[in-house]
Design a protein around this ligand. Structure first.
Ligand code: PMP
Length: 382
């Protein structure tokens, strides 16, 4: 196929620039390096290395210990789980499993860029629905379906959407499940951020909406944002028929994932006491960073900025009415701050005055600095 049919990722290109010394980056969706649990990973590694199987090939679906640990973590049976090389590989394999060239795939607008790339690689016809404050626009979706559109897949990020930050409410989840049942499409519920929920109702339990119900939903998860991206362990949970198809694709792609990484992840996910505490720390720290970012935006940009206060995940989706955020990025890089312009996530809609700001990577004091630099860049572009 024509390689240029796959759009590049503006974000991955931008990451090259932001690696330069002195640049404060709000651009990438990178977890804070200081919250990657290095000591726990080192201890798990030592333990895993006492297992002869750790450096061998494993089953294409994933090492049994990891399948069990992931199933216990997400609540489900190991038979419904397949381990992938990060959840990005699940997106790529599902696109190849279900999409023939020209088939329709529906995404939210703005879209998670990695999903769009995966569907473009399978030569899908991408149709976008402007996202709402309660998730995928199911009313608009129902109209499209009634008028005859027959998607193979509807993709969404149901918790703390990347980039818009929106979480799907229970009605949206149910409506999606009902439409999928009626019209026979697959829902890909891409959920790497669901654990990063800042609010706690009683100081202990974080109330999350139930996942998208029904047997047309395929749920993706990842160790990247809660443990470490470099482990490259993600997972897919879905009906066994889907697992079987993806398993065959995985055989052809890479035979199997890294046994070693999977056993390390299994070890960490199984230590539930440690894991609960670790995730609680992430939520507290990221919640504080999100609050600092919002405070700094209000302080330095005043009424010029519109935003929704993030309640989880890693991103703040902000709008500077009347400002071309791509042009602002050029000025911002000169001031030593980076973000991703909204246009990078746009399918049909115009997000040229939007910015995706990641609050996860920088500590609170540098977040304040970054927004101060952004305000200077904004002044310069006026
Ligand atoms: N889905 C979403 C919505 C993401 O934001 C990301 C990472 N940015 C991924 C999938 C892929 O992450 P990984 O492959 O590291 O699990």
């Amino acid at each position: 196929m024509a390689f240029n049919a796959i759009g590049g990722s503006a974000i991955r290109d931008l990451l090259k620039v932001t690696e330069q010394p002195g640049v404060l980056s709000l651009a990438g969706g990178l977890p804070a390096t200081e919250f990657i649990p290095t000591s726990a990973i080192a201890a798990a590694t030592q333990l895993v290395m006492t297992d002869d199987a750790a450096l061998q090939y494993t089953a294409s679906r994933g090492a049994a210990t990891c399948l069990r640990a992931v199933a216990a973590f997400i609540g489900g049976s190991p038979d419904e789980v397949l381990i992938t090389h990060g959840s990005q590989q699940a997106l790529s394999m599902l696109a190849h499993a279900f999409v023939d060239p020209g088939d329709v795939v529906i995404v939210d607008d703005p879209v998670y860029v990695g999903a769009r790339q995966a569907f473009q690689a399978a030569r899908a016809r991408i149709v976008a629905l402007p996202i709402t404050a309660t998730g995928t626009n199911t009313a608009h979706l129902a109209e499209l379906l009634e008028s005859g559109l027959r998607p193979r897949i509807v993709h969404t990020v149901s918790n703390f959407h990347n980039p818009s930050g929106v979480t799907a409410d229970p009605d949206t989840r149910q409506a999606l499940a009902d439409l999928a049942q009626q019209y026979g499409f697959w829902i890909i519920d891409d959920d790497p951020y669901g654990c990063l929920r800042f609010s706690a109702d009683d100081g202990r339990r974080r109330i999350a909406p139930d996942p998208i119900p029904g047997d047309r939903a395929i749920r993706l998860g990842s160790a990247s944002k809660i443990l470490a991206p470099a482990l490259r362990v993600g997972w897919l949970q879905g009906p066994t028929g889907v697992i079987d198809v993806v398993e065959r694709l995985k055989q052809s792609a890479d035979l199997c994932g890294s046994t070693f990484s999977q056993l390390v992840v299994a070890q960490l996910l199984s230590d539930t006491q440690w894991l609960d505490e670790h995730i609680r720390t992430l939520c507290v720290e990221y919640g504080a960073r999100a609050a600092e970012l919002v405070k700094s935006l209000h302080r330095h940009l005043g009424d010029g900025v519109e935003l929704t206060v993030p309640s989880g995940g890693m991103f703040c989706w902000a709008r500077l009415p009347g400002i071309d955020s791509s042009a602002l990025l050029d000025a911002a890089l000169i001031e030593g701050v980076a973000f991703v312009p909204g246009a990078a996530f746009a399918v049909d809609a115009d997000f040229s005055d939007h910015l995706r700001l990641s609050f996860a990577t920088l500590p609170p004091d540098l977040l304040g600095d970054a927004i101060r630099r952004l305000a200077i860049a904004l002044d310069r572009t006026h």
